[in-house]
Design a binder for this molecule. Sequence first.
Ligand code: ATP
Ligand code: MG
Length: 249
Amino acid sequence: MTVLALNGVGKRFGGIQALTDVSLAVPEGRIVGVIGPNGAGKTTLFNVITGAYRASTGDVLLAGSDITQWPSHRIMRSGIARTFQNIRLFASMTVWEHLLVAQPRTGGLWRSVLPIGWTDAEARKRAEDALVFFGLERYRNVIARTLPYGIQRKVEMARALTAQPKLLLLDEPVAGMNAEEADDLRALFHRLNERGLSILLIEHDMPFVMSLCHHLYVLNFGVLIGEGTPEVVRNDPVVLDAYLGTEAA
Ligand SMILES: Nc1ncnc2c1ncn2[C@@H]1O[C@H](COP(=O)(O)OP(=O)(O)OP(=O)(O)O)[C@@H](O)[C@H]1O
Ligand SMILES: [Mg+2]
């Protein structure tokens, strides 16, 4: 099954054509990467997928359903979760509070939106699972924004996971992390993937991307200029010329 498909997606901001005719797919259970130079349109792609921006042209399909016109909250409740390129944690919340806040509860507004709401006990269980998975137990009651950068990034990923997504979108998850932290995350992403989570990630760290992803797409000036296995992409002269020639691939 294809978890996510984009067909001919374009996005224009005034005079800037940020994406042109982008078609890609994330098959179930795969880790797919999007690479390309600064300003290529990678984050814009995520914003279109999640409904933060409306596509100017083309369609976005989630497990076969056309979500192109759906509001962002509906998309996020339908199996897609994301992390952002820049940290987005609340100023005065503990790690534990961050993990609870992202979850819909039974009753109230969500009763009409979700087929099944989550009770407080279920929400706490999901938060606990995410906390343990990312090894964040000792930071449970710490104000998240006071933690070291690498830990804050993990809090964001844990928060995204509490929604129990089918597809996780990660925008430069290892940016600013050292090699040891990146290795740690690679192992965690592999474990999540083994549990059935599909992942679409943007990353500039080529060794990380090449060792983690099953399939890669390369964006340049909003246009897909290459795709394939890491091996194919690494040796594609067009990609080398536009991007990888300038990166430590
Ligand atoms: N809200 C917006 N309004 C106007 N232009 C935008 C907006 N968002 C993105 N753009 C433009 O779209 C283009 C693609 O930007 P985007 O942030 O998607 O690039 P990126 O590939 O994520 O780059 P980076 O690797 O630096 O994060 C850029 O020219 C950017 O200025
Ligand atoms: Mg970006």
